[in-house]
Ligand binder design. Structure first.
Ligand SMILES: [Zn+2]
Length: 239
């Protein structure tokens, strides 16, 4: 891959960073993706959200029916509609460009030109191969190029790309590229440390495996800068 991404595991093996919970990687061969863009059809947004909900509701009812579930049961009858609404309005809402967070930038008046790290951003996503949750923490950093971004916007960019059927490698790169674009700098770094329920709860059923992906752009390719970023992430803060 051309992207400036490295598995943190190589660093872990070299003992360059503290391991803690970052001890295993699980990027199975069935979890690879070649494309940075989420694969979408040309007519992906021809249907309105309401039409999508209706259609998914119908098909999800078919799935449940095929599994043999009694949709007349009080507890089950609302499920197809609930699932459809959840898909379109919540957990896959990041597929829709209209839902992309509007980013406002501020002038870097205080001339803060060190790296800014926003760590432990919790996110929930879903694996596009099994449609079960991926969840974990994202750590994001950038070095200002004259403009600064509202801190909550870093969080919102992570959430937007997480709310899609995803693979973790693509999620990492999509967040990084978006931040590079809005902040007009290559100096962006991301680490994502996540659990994949398709690995923990089915298949190999490894409940301890965690997947770590990273992206180091611009100045973060410099070993000293990268180590500084990693040190901030390890830092245990008491509040
Ligand atoms: Zn999966």
């Amino acid at each position: 891959m051309k992207q400036k991404e490295t598995m943190l595991n190589t660093l872990l093996k070299d003992k360059k960073v503290l391991p803690m919970n970052l001890n295993t990687d699980e990027v199975g061969e069935d979890h690879a993706s070649a494309n940075i863009e989420t694969p979408l059809k040309k007519d992906a947004f021809d249907l309105s959200d309401t039409e999508k909900i209706k259609k998914i509701e119908f098909h999800f009812a078919e799935i449940m029916d095929t599994l043999g579930m009694d949709l007349k049961d009080d507890s089950l009858k609302g499920t197809p509609n609930r699932v459809a609404k959840m898909y379109v309005q919540e957990i896959f809402s990041g597929l829709k460009p209209d839902n992309k967070p509007k980013i406002t930038l501020f002038e870097n008046k205080y001339q803060y030109n060190q790296m800014l790290v926003e760590k432990d951003i919790s996110f929930y996503s879903n694996c596009e191969h099994h449609f079960v949750p991926i969840f974990g923490k994202a750590h994001v950093a950038y070095i200002s190029n004259g403009t600064v971004i509202g801190l909550s916007k870093l969080n919102r960019v992570v959430q937007y790309y997480a709310k899609r059927p995803q693979v973790q490698e693509r999620l990492t790169i999509q967040i990084a590229k978006e931040l590079q674009k809005v902040l007009k700098t290559n100096d962006v770094a991301i680490i994502i440390d996540a659990k994949h329920l398709c690995v923990s709860s089915r298949g190999v059923q490894d409940g301890d495996a965690a997947t770590v992906t990273s992206f180091y752009g611009g100045k973060f390719e410099n070993e000293i800068t990268k180590q500084e970023f990693l040190k901030y992430i390890e830092m245990k803060t008491q509040y």
